[in-house]
Each structure stands twice: as structure tokens, then as C-alpha cells.
Design a protein around this ligand. Structure first.
Ligand SMILES: Nc1ncnc2c1ncn2[C@@H]1O[C@H](COP(=O)(O)OP(=O)(O)OP(=O)(O)O)[C@@H](O)[C@H]1O
Length: 469
């Protein structure tokens, strides 16, 4: 039976690793997924030594790095024109995750970047890619894999903004090319482009990337850095996991590339690190950069709830929006079940969207964003959001990676299914790294759902207040 990562992360007992020399714990037996049992054999002994190497690296990453600016950390490694551009875009002071990860990333080590939503992981891995890219060489050297088209568009935009200036080398002037190879894109056109003149950097969804690799549209022989963003989501997605594993071990190998995994949530991260080494997704001295491990969500978020019946929810939501007057807000709704689709019922996101269109009379634009919309309609929604203040009605499709810094309020019209989903939904607000502006997350729940929210509070270490009497 094939071993499922999704299953193993969520339900396997995990031996804790020694994570710091000051807090030594005996290294327990190792869980072997293939045999589905703990082993103490010689094979286990060799794994223990690689885990010990890994735990030293982890503590190394935790030691504070004295640096005042991004330029101080990256100077001499990241090309000057990229650093200048980063400064023009307002990136001077590093965020915590950038301060801790950049020295390790720039030293060539494989890394698992594990830090709060909105903490600036994207800039950290992009600076690494620019530091190793030879702008004179037309070959794919940096590859970023993302779970959704929209996140891919966002990462591509930031990368292009950073690379906006052309590079002068003697008389040759050449701009760095960044290709977005995303689901719903024009793959035929991309195939010709890839063959004629490969870009230096590709941002891809795994489906489109696999198609191109299978059709031999390009090779990864010049690949220097592979980033997998929202890595826990990708490994948990039955649609994406096998293609991702193939990319990690067949289309390219750890001997030839530096590997970076990023996410705000890596459930059972020690187990994941173990799997990285065991399955050769990363080298054995991979570093786990875990920022704010005792506070999984940004501290300036205020969490509240209102207990109401399903019938009352629309009215309560409207009341909250009118009372809060958000700068922009996102209202999360559950994805429609297959059963409800088959019965021909409209999705609740669409119903809520229609309700707000009719009943909300404020200044914000009401916008819909959900799975069943085609890619063009989703793109139109995204561009509408960037133009002005919005009230976005969305499914969890919008909960990962979306960077809309003007979002001040999140409303859970339906409770998310898991604490991890709660974390990512909440992380769509409070995305200005050095701001202490209070942003809020409100959940509309029935009295029976209170215990579910309490479970999220315990798991994610936050407190939720009752909002209305
Ligand atoms: N050094 C910096 N100075 C100022 N702003 C920054 C800096 N680094 C990143 N940002 C901004 O912070 C916001 C969040 O960054 P980013 O999207 O990289 O977060 P993330 O860690 O990837 O979050 P998520 O896990 O939710 O995807 C972006 O708007 C980005 O422009």
C-alpha cells in the first residue's frame, strides 16, 4: 500500500526530536512509514545521527543575527540592482523570518521556512533565488511551486517587481525573465517560449509544471533553487502530492539543487523534517527555521465570536460589517458539498454574495471568489480587489497566500473545518509586518459549534471573545 503523507502527518505518533542543546531529550525510536512501526535497528541508528545533525542546525537558526537592514544581510550576495529595487519597494528592515533565514539560505543550506502568515517568507526565498541566478544564462535556475494560480500570479508579480531593472554586464543588457506557468494559462504558448528561450525563473502550479516536464518542454538540469510554497497544503492535497514527489526526486535531485519549503503551518513539523531526509526531498542537514513557535498567529489580531442560529446569520453578519466599517474585509464560506452540487442548489458563497449585493449599502465593492468560477472570472475579481476597498465573499481558495494588506476584517460565516484553516483564513489580515494596527477575525457560530472554536483556541493558542450580547 502506498504510504500517504497526508495520513501520516495527521495521525502517526511522532517521536520528538532534540531541538536545543540546553533542553536535551533522549532521541526516541524512529517511526518507519514503510513498515509502519518504530525501529531501533542499525538503520535507525544512522537516521538518529542525521537527526542529531538536523537539531544542531535548528538551534543554529535560532541564534539571533545582528543585522540592521536587508542590505546588511544580503550585500555582496544578492545583486546590487535587486537590492536597490527592494529598497525602492520599501523593503529596508528585515522581518523576523528574513533576519533569521537569509543568512542560512544564502549559505546554501536547504531550509524549511516556518513562520506566521504575513511574515515575509516570499521576499526571503526570492532574494535567495536572485542571489544564485546567472542573468546571462538562458536556463531555468529558480523554480517556485505554488498550490493555486492566484498565489502564483502574486509571487510572479513580486519577483518581476524586484527584477524590474535590466542588468548591465559590459555591453550586454539583459533583463531577468520570469515565467508564470499556472493552471488556466496558455500552455501551448508557454511551451514554445520555454523551448525557444527558457526563462531564468519559473513560478508554477504543479499540474502545469508536470505537463511541461512530461512533454519535455524544458529540463531542470540548470536548476539551483527549488521552492515549494504552502508545502503542508501541497502534501495534503491528493491531487498534487504524487506530482510533487516526482518533482522532488525524479525531475531534479537534492545533489543539484537547494530546496526550500515554506508555510505558516507545518503540522507535526519534526515528522515532516524526518520525512524530508528519509525520502531525499532535502539534504540531511536541512535547517528548520521556526519563527514565533509559541505564537502561531500574529499577536495584533483580535478574535471574536457571535452565537446565533443559522437563520439569523445573514442579519448578524450585516450588522457586524456595518458596525466595524472595515477598510476591506473577507467573508469566508464553506465550499459547496458534492451532494449539494448534485441537488442543483446554488453554492452558499453565491447566495451570500447576492444577499450582500442587495443589502449592504456601504462604500466597499462586494466581490465573489470561489472554485466554481472560471479562471477569467477569478482574475477579474482579483483585479477589482486591487482597485478599491472590497468585501470579498470567498471559499478557502482565498485562504492561502493571498496578500491583500488593506484587509482589516475577516468574517467566518461558516467555521473552517480545521485549526490550520482557521490560521490561514485569519492570516489574510494583519499583513503589514511592522504595523500594530488591530485587525479582527469574527466567527459566526451556533451554540453547538462553540466547542469547535474552543478547540481551535487551544490548538492555536489564542483567545476568542463574545462580540455581541
Ligand atoms: N522587509 C519587509 N518590509 C516591509 N514589508 C514587507 C517586508 N517583507 C515583506 N513585506 C510585506 O509583508 C506582506 C506579507 O509578506 P508575504 O506575502 O511574503 O508573507 P508570507 O510570510 O508569505 O505569508 P503567508 O504565509 O500568508 O503566505 C507583503 O505585503 C509584503 O510586501
Amino acid at each position: 500500500m502506498a504510504f500517504s503523507i497526508a495520513h501520516s502527518w495527521s495521525s502517526m505518533p511522532l517521536p520528538l526530536l532534540q531541538t536545543s542543546p540546553e533542553n536535551p531529550k533522549p532521541i526516541p525510536p524512529i517511526w518507519f512509514p514503510s513498515t509502519r512501526r518504530f525501529l531501533r535497528s542499525s538503520r535507525s541508528a544512522s537516521t538518529v545521527s542525521s537527526l542529531a545533525a538536523l537539531s544542531c542546525s535548528a538551534s543554529m537558526a535560532e541564534s539571533p543575527v545582528e543585522a540592521a537592514t536587508i542590505r546588511d544581510i544580503c550585500g555582496g550576495k544578492v545583486p546590487e540592482h535587486i537590492l536597490q529595487r527592494a529598497e525602492e519597494l520599501g523593503y529596508h528592515r528585515p522581518t523576523d523570518v528574513q533576519q533569521k533565514s537569509l543568512p542560512v539560505l544564502l549559505s546554501g543550506r536547504d531550509c524549511v521556512l516556518h513562520a506566521q502568515t504575513g511574515s515575509g517568507k516570499t521576499l526571503a526565498y526570492l532574494l535567495l533565488i536572485f542571489s544564485v541566478t546567472n542573468f546571462q544564462r538562458s536556463a531555468v535556475q529558480g523554480l517556485i511551486v505554488v498550490p493555486t494560480r492566484e498565489l502564483g500570479m502574486q509571487v510572479t508579480k513580486v519577483a518581476r517587481m524586484l527584477a524590474a531593472k535590466s542588468v548591465d554586464s559590459g555591453n550586454i543588457s539583459r533583463a531577468c525573465t520570469i515565467m508564470a506557468l499556472l493552471d488556466g494559462g496558455m500552455l501551448k504558448r508557454h511551451k514554445s517560449w520555454l523551448k525557444a528561450e527558457p526563462p531564468e525563473i519559473v513560478v508554477a502550479t504543479i499540474g502545469s509544471l508536470s505537463q511541461m516536464l512530461e512533454r519535455h518542454a524544458f529540463k531542470l538540469e540548470a536548476l539551483r533553487v527549488l521552492v515549494v510554497d504552502e508545502v503542508d497544503f501541497m502534501f495534503n492535497s491528493s491531487k498534487q502530492v504524487s506530482a510533487l514527489k516526482k518533482l522532488l526526486t525524479s525531475y531534479s535531485t537534492i545533489e543539484n539543487r537547494q530546496t526550500v519549503f515554506a508555510s505558516a503551518s507545518i503540522p507535526q513539523h519534526n515528522r515532516f523534517l524526518y520525512d524530508c531526509i528519509q525520502h531525499k526531498w532535502t539534504r540531511s542537514d536541512v535547517v528548520h527555521i521556526h519563527v514565533n513557535s509559541i505564537e502561531p498567529m500574529p499577536s495584533h489580531l483580535h478574535h471574536g465570536f457571535v452565537i446565533c442560529s443559522k437563520m439569523e446569520r445573514l442579519g448578524v453578519l450585516l450588522h457586524l460589517i456595518q458596525r466595524d466599517a472595515p477598510r476591506s474585509g473577507i467573508i469566508f464560506v464553506s465550499e459547496q458539498s458534492e451532494k449539494s452540487k448534485k441537488s442543483g442548489r446554488p453554492p452558499s458563497a453565491a447566495l451570500l454574495f447576492d444577499f450582500l449585493k442587495d443589502s449592504y449599502d456601504g462604500d466597499l465593492e462586494v466581490i465573489l471568489f470561489e472554485e466554481d468560477m472560471n479562471f477569467n472570472a477569478r482574475a477579474t475579481s482579483l483585479s477589482d480587489m486591487r482597485q478599491r476597498g472590497f468585501l470579498l465573499v470567498a471559499t478557502d481558495l482565498a485562504s492561502r497566500g493571498f496578500d491583500l494588506p488593506q484587509t482589516t476584517h475577516i468574517y467566518n460565516f461558516d467555521l473552517p473545518r480545521t485549526a490550520v484553516n482557521y490560521l490561514h483564513r485569519s492570516g489574510r489580515t494583519g499583513r503589514l509586518p511592522f504595523s500594530t494596527e488591530r485587525c479582527s477575525v469574527a466567527s459566526l457560530i451556533t451554540s453547538e459549534e462553540r466547542f469547535v472554536l474552543q478547540r481551535f483556541e487551544n490548538e492555536l493558542l489564542f483567545q476568542c471573545e463574545a462580540l455581541l450580547p
